[in-house]
Structure formats: C-alpha cells, structure tokens
Design a protein around this ligand. Structure first.
Ligand code: PBG
Ligand code: ZN
Length: 335
C-alpha cells in the first residue's frame, strides 16, 4: 500500500510555479525570451559560374551557390522574414596574399552587387577575411612561418572597402588579428564609408566545430592550424579582454563563436557590454543536429528552436545559423 498524505503532515505548497505552466496561453504570457525571424542571419557560400547549387556533403541542406542561385536563396530567406545574409566566397583563383578578397570583380563583391541591385532592403553582411582566398588557407600572409598580423591589417582594410563599395551594409572581420577593427574602421572612413557597420568576430575560438565549414568554404590551412590567432577554448577572462579591445577600436557589434559550447562566454559579455551581440552557431553544430535528425534520433525542429532560444536567453541579439531560413519558416508556422 502506498503511503497516503494523511499519514504524515506535509505542508501544501503556497508557491506553485506550475500555475503559470497550466496551458499554452498562460505559458506564452509569462515567456521571458522571444525568438524572432529577424534575429536570424543566413550564411551563403558563393562560387563562380551560374546555375550552380553544389551540395556540401557534411552540411546537408547547404549548397555552394553561384550568384544567380544566391539571389534565389536570399529571396527565400527574405520571404521567411530572416534578418539578413552573410556571404562567404570561394574564388576561382587563390594566391599568397588572398587578392581575390578585395578585387572589385571578386566573387563576394559580385554577389553583393547582384543582391544589392535586386533587394534594396536586404541586410547584407560580408565575412571579411583572407583564408578563403589564400593558397595556404590561413587568415593572412605568412611570414617566418606564421600569419603576419600588421601586414594583414592593411589587406583587411582593402577587403572591407571593396565589400562596402559593392554595397555591403555590415562587414564582419573573422580573422582574429590584433587591431583589425581599428584598421577596418579607418579604411572605411577614409573612403567615405562611415555608414558601414563593423560586426567583429571579437571572440572566436580555435574550434573543432569548424570542420564542415572547411569543406564548404575550401579554406583548410595547408599547414598548421589557427591556434596562434584564434582563442584557446579554455579561456573566459581573455574573451572579455578581446571584446573590450574591439569596443575601444570602434566595433558596432560583437560576435561570439562557436555557439552552443560557448554560451557562458556570451552570457559574460552580455553583462559587461551594451553593444548588440551576435552568436555564430557554426557548421559542426549544424552538422550534428542534421546527422542526428536524419537518423530519427532527435526532433530537428524542436531541437533547433530550443537551441536558438537558448542563444537569445544567454544574451544574443543576433544569431548566425545555417538553419536560419528553415527556422524562420518553423517560427512563422507556429505563429
Ligand atoms: C574564416 C571563418 C571560419 C568560419 C567563419 N569564418 C572558419 C575558420 O576559422 O576556420 C567558421 C564557420 C563555421 O564553421 O560555420 N575565418
Ligand atoms: Zn579567416
């Protein structure tokens, strides 16, 4: 026989948090965090040519797109109310300095121009880095076996100006070079692009979660790794230092990357910094969710919306995710 309540004196709870979970309407009334389609940024990988939609094996549902196909993808994203797109380029030609990144006819510049011409109100972000354009795959020129910081700064200025000229609204330096925000701000301002914003990948860790991206963007370093410029995953205080430097250098917004394994970092930055904060849920996070969902082991839609809500709860204003367009569609369906 199970013990009945009257066997012992148990004071009944006066505070009952369950009262506010009774039904969907009440739960919505007291919800603390709201995910909006406008919070989501869709990354796009641009390749030369036309009519190209080349699937990225390790990222099911993601394709390398030629400019004409990028227009289609951007239209779909806009239709679902996504907040913007961020562009990565895979050039036809790579060299030691990564000159394809700043050529006027460079692949990302072509895509920005086409998108700008077609969609005047689309928010266009450009990833500002050299690793997709260098023949060695590092984020700047190599001198004495390592990436030369200050030489890279000049080149990043050129890249940002080329992207701004093409019509980018926001440039997003991702190479973790010291002084990159300041260099880009000055280069943009000198060319009359004071209205172009900088979203700095201020806190970017040297992460194994970038694996699938390196297939998508074809930027795997030909030797070594990025640990001499990207952050050590073990460090939290250093994230605050990196973030404050970029605030001082004139960043308009800051990013933390990757996402799920670094939500504590995002929450710390949120307490210290009042600029808009972004988080980048990277290729490996996307791949893990897709792979488990394909096996029927998780409910993709619920896992994705839960994860994105977690980013907002931790303090993100913006979320870069390969699920952006799909997640926006799910959000609209659920109303
Ligand atoms: C390049 C860059 C990377 C990502 C964004 N910009 C890769 C890297 O640093 O190796 C990763 C994005 C992802 O994994 O989704 N600087
Ligand atoms: Zn890079």
């Amino acid at each position: 026989m199970s013990p009945s309540l009257s066997d012992h004196f148990i004071p009944l709870p006066v505070r009952r948090p369950r009262r506010l979970r009774i039904n969907q309407a009440i739960r919505q009334l007291v919800r603390e965090t709201h995910l909006d389609t406008r919070d989501l940024i869709q990354p796009l990988f641009i390749v030369p040519g036309s009519g190209i939609q080349k699937p990225v094996t390790s990222m099911p549902g993601v394709c390398q797109l030629s400019v004409d196909q990028a227009l289609v993808a951007a239209a779909k994203a806009m239709q679902q109310g996504v907040g913007g797109v961020i562009l990565f380029g895979i050039p036809s030609h790579k060299d030691e300095l990564g000159s394809g990144a700043w050529e006027e006819s460079g692949i990302v510049q072509q895509a920005i121009r086409a998108l700008r011409a077609e969609f005047s109100d689309l928010v266009i972000l450009a990833d500002t880095c050299l690793c997709e354009y260098t023949d060695h795959g590092h984020c700047g020129p190599i001198r004495d076996g390592g990436v030369a910081n200050d030489e890279t700064l000049n080149l990043l200025g050129r890249v940002a100006v080329a992207q701004a000229r093409a019509g980018a609204d926001i440039v997003a330096p991702s190479g973790m070079m010291d002084g990159m925000v300041s260099a880009i701000r000055h280069a943009l301002d000198d060319d009359g692009f004071d209205r172009v914003s900088i979203l700095s990948y201020a806190v970017k860790y040297a992460s194994a979660y970038y694996g699938p991206f390196r297939d998508a963007a074809e930027n795997t370093p030909s030797f070594g790794d990025r640990q001499s410029y990207q952050m050590d995953p073990a460090n939290r205080r250093e994230a605050l230092i990196e973030a404050m430097l970029d605030v001082d250098e004139g960043a308009d917004m800051l990013m933390v990357k990757p996402g799920m394994a670094y939500m504590d970092i995002l929450a710390s930055l949120r307490q210290a910094i009042d600029l808009p904060l972004a988080i980048y849920s990277v290729s490996g996070e996307y791949a893990m969710i897709k792979a488990a969902a394909e096996r029927g082991w998780i409910d993709e839609r619920r896992v994705v919306l839960e994860t994105l809500t977690g980013f907002k709860r931790a303090g993100a204003d913006l979320i870069l995710t390969y699920h952006a367009t799909e997640a926006a569609q799910w959000l609209r369906q659920q109303g």
